[in-house]
Design a protein. Structure first.
Length: 370
């Protein structure tokens, strides 16, 4: 397994890491078996969090004997805006992971600017992690979130060694400016949500009877999946992984729940030497939706009339740029408040950091999604 330097840290990590959420559903014995198998096959980066049930305990137990040969990353829990709560959470993580230090601790789910100000303030959890770093309990500090607009601001503070952000065929917002800023500042880039857009992650026939069955097709409809490379789950998973691998990132962390899935993910990575011309065309690789398009920074929310602006404009992008028409038209009527409830007050346009014509975009979305 190819390894890369994780940003400005001295950590060498496998290009594919191990996402620690799916093992929550496994027994302790099963989970430890999967984690151990992943290490034996060359995965050296393991991502977990206090918020992920007993994931920390299972990963800690499985990797205890090889602790110095792996990189373990976890995240500060929900009480992330207070330094004292972060200290308590960190102590618990150290116990769960059966270690006296953690390679990377990340501020978890920092998705708006107000929260970013709180966690980076004098009494915020960042201060607690810096103190833990000075005491040798933490080697490096990172940040995670789903909003590239906020994460870019965080990265520019140069307070973080790594950033964990979604990237997949249907969510490429991070490629607009966040990745280039992170590269410029030598901040490690880790990708989550790699399977977005291909229904259930890595859902394909396996020897384990619990995972047999027809792949889910509720998001998006597989017949409209952007790759257009067949309807089987294994095909969608393969092309989703290949799309992410084609970017200049340090690591990606798909969630694994079986040895078969680990083996499959590594096979895709080992055999990757770039996208084919057909894939580049199908994915519209390197492209972003044409302007104007919503980056879902959510600065416009809450709308006084309850209009779900980011969701509506995201589905509008799915409909036009990704050509996912049936699914978006099926989903739109289910919203409690649609675009036709907009009173054109203009508050959203006043605060949109991208100066988008939001009202007109909502009107167009109402026409095409109805």
């Amino acid at each position: 397994m190819q390894k890369r330097r994780l940003g400005r840290t001295d950590l060498q990590v496998s290009r594919i890491g191990f996402g620690g959420i799916p093992i929550i559903a496994l027994s302790k014995r099963e989970a430890e078996s999967v984690v151990t198998y992943a290490f034996e096959q060359g995965i050296t980066y393991f991502d977990t969090a206090r918020a992920y049930g007993d994931s920390e305990e299972k990963i800690g137990a499985a990797l205890k004997s090889v602790r110095d040969r792996v990189v373990i990353a976890t995240k500060v829990p929900w009480q992330r805006t207070k330094a004292d709560a972060a200290n308590v959470g960190l102590k618990q993580s150290l116990r769960n992971l059966q270690t006296d230090r953690i390679d990377l601790v990340q501020l978890h789910g920092i998705d708006n600017e107000e929260l970013l100000r709180k966690v980076t303030g004098p009494e915020g959890s960042l201060a607690a992690l810096k103190k833990a770093k000075s005491e040798g309990k933490v080697d490096y500090v990172g940040i995670t979130g789903h909003n590239p607009h906020v994460l870019e601001k965080a990265v520019r503070t140069q307070a973080f060694d790594t950033v964990l952000v979604p990237l997949n065929i249907l969510d490429r917002r991070a490629t607009e400016t966040l990745f280039s800023v992170a590269k410029e500042l030598d901040v490690g880039i880790i990708v989550m949500k790699t399977m977005g857009g291909c229904a259930h992650p890595l859902e394909y026939p396996q020897r384990d009877a619990r995972f047999l069955g027809k792949p889910k097709e509720d998001w998006p409809d597989s017949s409209e999946f952007i790759s257009h490379f067949g309807k089987e789950g294994i095909e969608r998973a393969k092309h989703a992984l290949r799309f992410v691998l084609a970017h200049d990132i340090d690591a990606m962390i798909p969630g694994f729940r079986s040895a078969e899935e680990v083996e499959y993910g590594l096979t895709v990575a080992d055999g990757f030497h770039g996208l084919t011309p057909d894939e580049k065309k199908a994915y519209k690789f390197g492209e972003l939706p044409p302007e104007p398009f919503c980056r879902e920074c959510e600065m416009c929310m809450p709308c006084p009339e309850g209009v779900e602006i980011p969701t509506i404009l995201r589905w509008s992008t799915y409909h036009t740029f990704y050509d996912i028409k049936k699914w978006t038209r099926d989903q739109y009527p289910k919203l409690r408040t649609r675009a036709n409830s907009c009173t054109k007050c203009g508050e959203c346009e006043k605060i949109c950091p991208y100066h988008l014509p939001v009202i007109n975009m909502l009107n167009e979305a109402e026409k095409m999604l109805t």
